[in-house]
Ligand binder design. Structure first.
Ligand code: SF4
Length: 284
């Protein structure tokens, strides 16, 4: 049975993103990869099969997004293909359009469905991306994703939001991807060791179906992440920490580097120690 999000946290599963199409029906001001043009809405299944062949030996959560995945014409086909592999878990991240075009996804416990329904909170209102209520507590692996922006806290001060206080809501710290984060937060760069660990296997490498490449770092989706051809050989290298390196943009990266599960961090640190003197990095 597909694990819950709680069970996946800290587990051996790694996550990769599929940018199926950059098309979206919304234009969120903080989004890094979207266009209102409707394009590439038929996902190339040959490319999907190549990627899945490469990922198949490794426990991997595949996050289907875009743009808005609910716009793609053959989302069901992509999910059915992923489900053929024991090690692979499909996850869909939608602004709620999936509820309209693919409602059965929410009924299927083996697909993790995460809904990013809120554009932003304000002192007196919530601006939503779809005309739906928040998801209730459920055992179908459906989750609300709530970004704790400054507006979220202001709204909570004035209104009752207990309807989202349950295990099917993921609260995400307001972070450096948010538009005005840097006006409110002091910039502190993560230690070089953490950035080097991240660079070997970033939180989310991206399979970009528009340019048909693997992008090293999703944080650099627009501004120049290194790219690699999508081949089984490259995917195998990626999953064994042999494809990605500490890039120039990692030296200046100011992103918050999420904590890795200990086993993964130890594996990567052991590899890095062959490239650089770890004691130097720890002293830095
Ligand atoms: S740029 Fe930052 S987030 Fe991206 S791989 Fe490098 S260290 Fe990680």
């Amino acid at each position: 049975m597909t694990p819950t999000l709680k069970e996946l946290k800290g587990s051996e599963y790694r996550t990769v993103d599929f940018y199926l199409s950059k098309s979206c029906n919304k234009s969120c001001h903080y989004c890094t990869a979207w266009t209102l043009q409707m394009r590439n809405l038929n996902v190339d299944m040959d490319l999907v099969r190549t990627i899945l062949k490469g990922l198949a030996p490794y426990k991997t959560r595949i996050c289907l997004l875009g743009g808005e995945p609910g716009l793609t014409k053959n989302l069901d086909e992509v999910i059915a293909e992923i489900k053929k592999y024991e090690n692979l878990i499909p996850q869909v991240l939608s602004n709620s359009l999936v509820r309209k075009f693919y409602p059965h996804i929410l009924e299927d416990r083996d697909i993790i469905y995460i809904e990013h329904l809120v554009l932003d909170f304000y002192q007196d209102k919530i601006e939503k991306l779809g005309n739906y209520p928040f998801l209730p507590k459920n055992d179908l692996n459906n989750y609300n994703l709530i970004i704790e922006t400054p507006g979220y806290f202001k709204y909570r001060d004035n209104f009752d939001l207990t309807e989202i206080d349950h295990e099917n809501t993921e609260f995400k710290e307001y972070n450096s991807r948010s538009p005005d984060f840097f006006t409110d937060h002091e910039l502190v760069q993560a230690p070089e060791l953490e950035r080097r660990v991240c660079a070997k296997f970033p939180q989310v490498p991206v399979f970009d179906f528009e340019i048909r490449k693997i992008r090293h770092c999703s944080r650099k989706a627009i501004n120049g992440s290194r790219e690699f051809d999508i081949t089984v050989e490259n995917i195998t290298k990626m999953m064994n920490y042999e494809l990605f390196d500490f890039e120039k943009y990692c030296t200046t990266c100011m992103d918050i580097i999420p904590k890795r599960p200990k086993m993964r961090r130890d594996e990567i640190t052991a590899l890095i120690s062959k490239e650089v003197n770890l004691l130097d990095l720890m002293d830095a």
